[in-house]
Design a protein around this ligand. Structure first.
Ligand SMILES: *Cc1c(COP(=O)(O)O)cnc(C)c1O
Length: 344
């Protein structure tokens, strides 16, 4: 086995409702994975039901219909799009396409741990650079590749345009992860016209409520896009998932209504959390807060609420918890438990 496999930490996906059910907890509220808590619109469900009749057949490996919809949605050329089985899968393919052993990769922290994971797997030299509150500045940094995330997971803030430009000037390649961009209403897709070395990552898992379907895509200049398309698994996306994603893009009004609801609930959660903790600024569908209680996450867990303990993530000093914005009723219960825990 390769030496590096022993060195890499297993990706920690947090706790799942199934884990709590096995602990004998009845009512479970999942606020740990930044999913959209609302289901996709009925049109998506119906389309998937129809598509299921064809699952004895392979999907077309080019996924032309899906890419045409994405091209229209993102206002980019068809040839700039690559697809994959979730953004995580594309991250791995990007590392395969770009990285040689010992290449210098910069990962501003605190951020998504999978960037380091995929880079280490290619035997790259990863440098995690800490920026307080993910206020990234790459003016004086350089290397083969830098990973930016906007809005950033887990802090929730976006990066500014100058940071993306600096990154594109100073690094051979830039991966900008926009998994949560729709929640912020802020994207850097227009910079693709100016920078040949910029790769933007998107997903249907968060905003479009299709985490279980595993559909992600990247936008980049055509030669990078072609390389990703060549190296990815030929039938990377199930035909059910491709169909779901296509129909989701036909229902943008629905998602805009859901977005507004989520933003309102996020601000409500923020106000209440600020009574007890420091809460980071967020433009995403989750909040990061700092606390000083030893077992806060367990206190919530006992009461059926799953939060993401991000304590120990490089760049975060002290205890930190990330909480996803849930549905209205879920947020109510979360806030009740919050008060209960803090007032005993
Ligand atoms: C959730 C998440 C992803 C993974 O998305 P998938 O498409 O479900 O693989 C990628 N990047 C960030 C920052 C995320 O939070």
């Amino acid at each position: 086995m390769r030496y590096v496999v022993g060195l890499i930490n297993k990706y920690d996906a947090g706790k799942f409702p199934k884990d709590l059910k096995e602990m004998g907890i009845g009512r479970v509220i999942q606020l740990a994975s930044n999913e959209n808590p609302y289901p996709p619109p009925e049109e998506v469900i119906e389309a998937v039901k129809k598509e299921v009749l064809w699952i004895n057949r392979y999907p077309h490996p080019e996924y032309r219909d899906l890419k045409e919809k994405i091209a229209e949605y993102c206002k980019v050329d068809y040839g700039m799009i690559s697809i994959g089985s979730g953004a995580m899968d594309i991250l791995k393919v990007i590392a395969d396409v770009l990285l040689e052993p010992f290449d210098k990769v910069v990962v501003p922290m605190p951020s998504y741990s999978y960037y380091t994971f995929v880079s280490m797997l290619r035997d790259a030299g990863v440098e995690e650079v800490i920026f307080e509150g993910y206020r990234v500045n790459v003016e004086s940094l350089s290397g083969k590749l830098v990973f930016l995330c906007s809005p950033n997971n887990p802090t929730g803030n976006t990066v500014d345009e100058k940071t993306v430009r600096d990154a594109c000037e100073n690094f051979e390649y830039v991966v900008l992860d926009e998994a949560y961009a729709e929640f912020a209403g802020k994207s850097f897709v227009k910079l693709l016209d100016e920078y040949e070395n910029l790769i933007i990552l998107r997903t249907f898992s968060k905003y479009f409520g299709l985490a279980g379907m595993r559909v992600g895509y990247s936008l980049s200049n055509e030669s990078i896009a072609e390389a990703i398309e060549k190296i990815r698994s030929p039938f990377a996306i199930s035909p059910l998932a491709a169909k779901a994603a296509e129909v989701a893009l036909d229902n943008l009004d629905y998602y805009e209504r859901v977005r507004r609801k989520i933003v309102t609930l996020r601000e409500k959660m923020r106000r209440e959390l600020e009574n007890y903790y420091y809460v980071y600024p967020s433009e995403a569908n989750f909040l990061l807060f700092k606390h000083d209680r030893e077992n806060l996450v367990d206190e919530f867990l006992k009461r059926g609420i799953i939060l993401r303990d991000v304590t120990g993530l490089r760049g975060l000093e002290g205890n930190h918890v990330r909480v996803t914005v849930g549905r209205e009723g879920e947020v109510e219960i979360f806030l009740e438990v919050l008060r209960e825990i803090n007032e005993d």
